[in-house]
Design a protein around this ligand. Sequence first.
Ligand code: SF4
Length: 233
Amino acid sequence: MADQAEHTQDILDLARTFLKQQQELGLDGLPKLSLEVKEENAEILALPRENLETLKTQVLNCKACQLCERRSSVVFGSGHPNADIMFIGEAPGAEEDKQGIPFVGAAGQLLTRMIEAMGLQRDDVYIANVVKCRPPNNRDPLPEEIAQCEPYLIQQIEMVAPLVICTLGRFAAQTLLKTTDSMGRLRGQVFDYRGVKLVPTYHPAALLRNAQWKRPTWEDLKLVRNLYDGTEL
Ligand code: SF4
């Protein structure tokens, strides 16, 4: 049974890699879809900057995109509401969907160890994803799903008001920075995101498959730590 699950996961990983390559080549073949933000989500951008709990209550009831149909939980985010460092990934996976907490599967446990290696605890930082509901088979979120969900992330960032954002994986970096550049080009640099310093690095799930990316990731995390300490501000 375990072998079968592993084999299925391998096939899904391969399919996902293939789709990502197609997207990077501009060959995704997806029909043009409306990116217009629905009225109720556009209004969220205009909400007063109250607190994360108010926003969370709204997001837990969100049905603005099709990802609401198959979710078990809405994975809003977790951590210190005024953290100086915010980690942003792509979307919840199976375990996150079950528990309603971001980064709690194998990749999440690695992220926890990475945070601890920076001399911090998980509760010291804030962790969220670009989209709050799990895409089927862990596929990349679609443009219209991002268009509906990104306003929540923007609100979260404004409310937490971190000093440094660290994006995890190509998808989160490309979404926030509105670029198609590869991770190889993006990582190791400091970008400005709405006045907040942003450092892209690899997703912990990618590190589980590609051990050679652990060293550059550690360099990126040291950069995040230095920005937080003020030695590279
Ligand atoms: S993914 Fe975001 S926009 Fe879509 S239903 Fe979930 S919370 Fe709403």
